[in-house]
Design a protein. Structure first.
Length: 234
């Protein structure tokens, strides 16, 4: 476990590009909020009528970026430095767990602080937030944090696994399968209903069911990395 934590620390140190891109995106959103607030206060615009784009939405960018950069950029470096595949496997999951928790917590905090402040300066309005769209706020901030955390961990696990598999035939097969599922399931009513059922399960179902489903799927999907890493070339 100590080796896995060491891997996690090294991965965090090598996430600068993901952090910088996310920070730039969030900064642009904040600048937009400031400009539109000034226009609102001065009577030039009624921005609140259109809704406020949540900064926490931009923060979500860190999930796919980290899930792509960690396996694609850090694996060979770690192995060449004498790292073990098992430690890399566990350490990366620690990274994704902490990142998902941090992004989820930041999103909830921003919603109840920064975004409420901006909306009050606009004289009201509503927030275009994932937390709001998916109904995760209906059960309060603590449950919303857990629901978003579980969903983000599933997303990170899926992206990480797909990136790990890209240098093998089954990686391309998985990509084609995902495209085929979307293309085939969408126009056929029974298959489309199955697809809708799955997304309802991981997003819109009752909190306990949604959280448990996402966590179980996240662990199951991420577990696929273990046999892939055992055969992955350095």
């Amino acid at each position: 476990m100590n080796k896995a934590l060491t891997v996690a620390k090294i991965n965090f140190r090598n996430m600068k590009l993901a952090v910088i891109l996310t920070a730039i995106t969030c900064a642009c959103g904040i600048v937009q909020d400031i400009v539109m607030t000034i226009l609102e206060v001065s009577g030039v615009s009624t921005y609140h009528a259109e809704g406020l784009m949540s900064i926490s939405n931009f923060l979500l960018l860190l999930i796919p970026l980290s899930a792509v950069f960690i396996p694609s950029l850090n694996y060979r470096k770690m192995m060449n430095l004498g790292g073990k595949r098992g430690s890399f496997f566990t350490g990366c999951f620690v990274n994704h767990t902490l990142i998902a928790a941090g992004v989820s917590l930041a999103g909830v905090v921003l919603y109840y602080t920064y975004e409420r402040l901006i909306l009050s300066l606009h004289g009201g309005g509503w927030t275009l937030s994932v937390l709001y769209w998916f109904g995760w706020l209906d059960s309060g901030p603590a449950v919303a944090f857990l629901q978003q955390f579980a969903f983000l961990l599933l997303a990170a696990s899926l992206i990480h696994t797909l990136v790990t598999a890209q240098d093998k035939w089954y990686g391309w097969a998985a990509d084609l399968a995902i495209v085929a599922v979307i293309a085939v399931f969408t126009p056929i009513a029974p298959l489309r209903a199955a697809l809708v059922w799955f997304f309802n399960l991981i997003i819109f179902s009752a909190p306990l069911l949604q959280i448990s489903s996402c966590l179980v799927l996240a662990v199951a999907v991420y577990a696929l990395n273990k046999p892939m890493l055992a055969r992955k070339a350095i």
